[in-house]
Design a protein around this ligand. Structure first.
Ligand SMILES: [Zn+2]
Ligand SMILES: [Zn+2]
Length: 333
């Protein structure tokens, strides 16, 4: 099953010329999940080439404006297009009050179902897996999300099976389903002809948070950790004040969790992305700082590490990475 992550908005707090506010599209098989929905997410979806995807689920990490202001527009558009399937939104405590707060902006004939998630409880089933929420630390109710696939059966070795007298065909299927067979008076067990169970994938999104033990736990052994990096270490005091992470802190979390690839988002325009990457890289080598519309393909664990696919090739967005730098002092959310 394919697993692609598309970064639709990677800016911290306010959009810049090159980056939209927080939004990430997860494509897992035929399921489409949006993690956060910052202002302009509809247009980012269109520009990404994905189109205005009818997402199955919207996961909100917290209710700061730079993560939710795209919702009214997206819901309105779904309603105008005649979508009938309810829009399902999951988020932290306080989410239940959101539709009434957004009032007329969210009033459409299209049903919007909101669900306040509990940490550690599966909130959605996926084909071969689930999505779980975990508590993060951002000074307001906030959650991270882990996409977790179940273990898969081990690799089947047909040669070993035939050597034990098993005939190719339905008997192979029985063994692969975990059934024990009797062949010539002897038991043939699935473990005789199959390798050990193969782990599924784990992909974790933090949203805004200071570094915390819950993220390390949730991301333990994950193929991919998408972590915010709003500050550099020089501004560590600001990071503590506003409950955000520095690039080095995000890298320490990745290192402690032993993830395959760290993806840094929520990038402030006060820094050059190359500096954000360099600070993290000094702690944890496998790190990228994607631009908007970049994608990461996450193969099954035995098929190798996640792979970054740059949107449209080098320079497609007309802005060299370091050209994004803007010394203006935005207020982190
Ligand atoms: Zn934010
Ligand atoms: Zn925030």
């Amino acid at each position: 099953m394919d697993l692609w992550i598309t970064f639709l908005g990677t800016a911290a707090s306010v959009p810049s010329r090159a980056r939209g506010t927080a939004a990430t599209l997860v494509a897992h098989g035929s399921t489409r999940v949006l993690v956060d929905c910052g202002e302009g997410t509809q247009r980012q979806l269109l520009r990404s080439g994905a189109g205005l995807v009818d997402v199955d689920l919207i996961l909100l990490t917290h209710l700061h404006g730079d993560h939710v202001l795209g919702l009214p527009g997206l819901v309105k558009t779904y309603a105008l297009r005649g979508r009938e399937r309810p829009v399902r939104i999951v988020g932290p405590a306080g989410l239940n009050r959101m539709p009434s707060r957004m009032g007329p902006l969210m009033r459409t004939p299209l049903p919007v179902e909101v669900h306040e998630a509990q940490s550690g409880v599966a909130i959605a089933a996926l084909d071969g897996g689930r999505i779980e929420a975990f508590q993060t630390e951002h000074g307001v109710p906030s959650l991270g999300y882990a996409l977790v696939e179940a273990d898969r059966p081990g690799e089947f070795h047909p040669d070993a099976a035939t050597a034990l007298g098993v005939t190719p065909g339905p008997m192979f299927g029985s063994l692969q389903r975990g059934e024990t067979l009797e062949v010539d008076g002897r038991a043939v067990r699935p473990g005789d002809v199959m390798g050990p169970p193969r782990p599924g994938r784990r992909v974790v999104f933090t949203g805004d948070t200071q570094p915390c033990a819950q993220t390390v736990l949730a991301a333990a052994g994950a193929q991919l950790l998408v972590h915010e990096a709003t500050f550099l270490s020089a501004d560590r005091d600001r990071a503590r004040e506003t409950r955000h992470s520095t690039a080095a802190e995000a890298a320490q979390v990745a290192q402690q969790a032993g993830v395959g690839l760290l993806v840094l988002t929520h990038v402030s325009s006060r820094y050059a992305p190359s500096d954000v990457k360099a600070e993290a890289e000094a702690v944890f080598a496998q790190v990228i700082v994607p631009r908007d519309f970049d994608q990461v393909h996450v193969p099954l664990p035995e098929a190798g590490a996640p792979v970054l696919h740059r949107a449209g090739g080098p320079g497609a967005h007309g802005t060299p990475a370091d050209g994004e730098r803007d010394p203006g002092g935005d207020v982190p959310h």
